[in-house]
Ligand binder design. Sequence first.
Ligand code: GUN
Length: 288
Amino acid sequence: MRILNGKETAESIKLEIAEEVKARLAAGKSRPHLAAVLVGENGASLTYVNAKVKACAKVGFESTLVKLDADISEEELLKEVHKLNDDPSIHGFIVQLPLPDHIDDQRIIEAVSPEKDVDGFHPLNVGRMVLGLPCFLPATPYGILQLLEKNDIQTEGKHCLVLGRSNIVGSPMSILLARNSSPGNCTVTLAHSRTKDIKSLSLQADIIIAAVGRPHFLTADMVKEGAVIVDVGIHRIEDKTKKSGYRLIGDVDFDEVASKTEAISPVPGGVGPMTIVALLKNTLQAAG
Ligand code: GUN
C-alpha cells in the first residue's frame, strides 16, 4: 500500500510555481495576484481561505482577502464581485462557498468574470471543460488529477467509480477522468444518493473517488483488493484527546480500507493541499 501524500506532492508543485514566479518577475511580468472573498464567519471556510492566502505567500503571489459581514445583501456582494472584475491588479479571485442562505450562490458565480474565475465554477468555464477546450478547471478535481499524475497512478482503461455528483467535485471529476487525456481515459461510473447497490459497483472499481460528504462512508467490504482510493471528504468529529477538541476524518474508513488498497490518500494531508495548489496553478494561468 502506498500513501498518496497530497501534502508532499503539493509542496513539490509549489516549488515549481515559485520558480515560475521568479522567472516571470525577471522577465518584467507582473506578480500573480489572487483575491478571496469570505462572507460571514463559517469556521471551516475561514480555515480554507486562510490556507489559500498562506499558500499565495509561499509561492510569491500577492493575495487580498475581502472579508464581508454575514448579513451583506446579494446586491452589495454583487458590487464587490464587479469591483474585483474591474480591478486590473487582480488576476483571479474566488468567492468562498457556501454563502449565507439569503444569497443565491449561482447568481454570484455567474457574476464572476470568466477570465478571473480561478475556481472554474462559471458556466462558461464548465462548458469549456466539458468540450475539452482551454479553461480554468475546478480546483478539487484538478488537484486530484495532479495527485494521480505526480504519483504515477495509471488511469487509462481503468474502471473509475466517482461517489457523489456535486457541481464542485463529483460531476466535473467524472467528466475529466473520462476525457481522452492523461490522466483520463477511464471508464467512469458516477454514483449518487439514488444509486442502487453501490457496493456491487465499488467492488468492481479500480479507482474510487469518494466525494459523498458522509464520514467513513466507504468501508473495507466495499473495496476490491488493489484498488486506488482518493478521499475528498473532510469532516470534523469531536475528539477530546485533541487540543482543538476535534479531529478530521474523510469519506473513507482509512484504518480498515488502507491495507486492501494499492494506493490511498489520507485525510488530512491528501486532497486538501492539492486543491490549494490547483487554485495557485489557475491563478498563474490567469496572470497570463
Ligand atoms: N467551498 C468548498 N470548496 C470550495 C472551492 O473549491 N472553492 C470555493 N470558492 N468554495 C469552496
